[in-house]
Structure formats: C-alpha cells, structure tokens
Design a protein around this ligand. Sequence first.
Ligand code: FMN
Length: 194
Amino acid sequence: MQKRTLGPCVTFFPQPTTIISSVADDGQVNLMTASWAGIVSKTPPTMAVSLNVGRKTYENILQSGEFVVNMVPACLAVEADYCGIRSGRNENKLERAGLSLEPAAEIGVPLLAESPLNVECRLLREVELGDYRLLLGEIVEIHAADSAFSASGEIDPRAFDPLVYLGGIRQYWNLGEKCADAYKDGLQIADKNS
Ligand SMILES: Cc1cc2nc3c(=O)[nH]c(=O)nc-3n(C[C@H](O)[C@H](O)[C@H](O)COP(=O)(O)O)c2cc1C
C-alpha cells in the first residue's frame, strides 16, 4: 500500500462522539463534547477522557470528582457540535441546545436524557499530557436505552445510532454496516492448521 506521512498530528478515526456532563460548585450542569474518550480497562471497569486544562468541564470534574460520558446519537450531531465550540464559562449549553437531564444512579452528576448510553464515572486519577490531562474514571454504572434490546436481551447497535467522529478531518459520520463478529471470526485463522 502506497502511503504518505502526515507528521505528528491528531488524524485518526473512527472516534466516538461523546458529551461529558459535569457539575460546577454552584450546581450548574455543563455539557462538553469529547472524542478523546474510551473504555481502557475491564477489571476494574475504567473510562479515560482527555481534557484540555482550560475546559470548564476539567475544572468541574476536579472539584466534584465525578462525570458522565454520554454517547451521542447521530440525530444530535448539531447539538453535539455546538457543545464542542462554546464553553460553559460563557453560556448555559444545556438550555441553548434544548437538551435535558435525568438523575444518575450512583453519582451527583446527571445523565443526558437524549443519549442512549450513559456511563457514570468517579475520578480515579489524572495523567499530565502537556496542555491536556488524561482523566481515569472508575465506571460505577451504565445506563442503556431499553429500546435497543431484543426480547432475548441482545443489543441492536442500530438503535443507538452512534455518531462517529473523524479526527483530523473534522467530520461526523454514521456507524455503517456490521462486517464481522469479534472474538469469533478470527478463529477461522487461529484454528487453521499451520
Ligand atoms: C467533535 C469534537 C470533539 C472534541 N473533543 C475534545 C476532547 O476530547 N478533549 C477536549 O479537551 N476538547 C475537545 N473538544 C473541544 C471542547 O468540546 C470545547 O473546547 C468546549 O468548548 C469545552 O467546553 P467547556 O469549557 O464548557 O468544558 C472537542 C470538540 C469537538 C467539536
């Protein structure tokens, strides 16, 4: 495959589009879009988010020790983009975007009601990365939309319709089609006689 070098940059995809909810000292809830977010350990269940130190969200999380990572459905692309280009220091993004909240189960930070998958986190520690801080959060509860489950309890990812972010080229896409089963289809090679 013929390739070109891009230098050290942030072009990499797919990435999730998430909205992080957090609460300030005065009780005001803030919403911030983040694509540098993901689950990084199963035992214990751990979420990592990387935030610039200037974000209102970073300040809130350090003060409260809690945050929620909300998956963004494709139908909220415009609202999510807005939450990524304005700061909660200057405006109430929840109100302006017309979004709503519902209580979490284990922490004081609320869930984004319009999100089909919400991950409640308690801050464990932070790692310094220049202007950014990698925040590691213990996952204490996850809420998933009932409508995504079949009668037998299987999840249909199309019901979540997650918004995919293409970092570097700054575009939002849909999920696309399923092409294989994980931890299964690779067995065609793993189990083949060598
Ligand atoms: C698609 C997208 C993804 C983003 N991902 C991140 C991220 O992972 N970390 C970060 O610090 N900022 C990220 N941003 C920028 C913040 O969302 C933006 O600076 C926001 O205004 C910060 O809000 P706050 O000050 O209310 O916390 C992203 C913006 C967009 C549009």
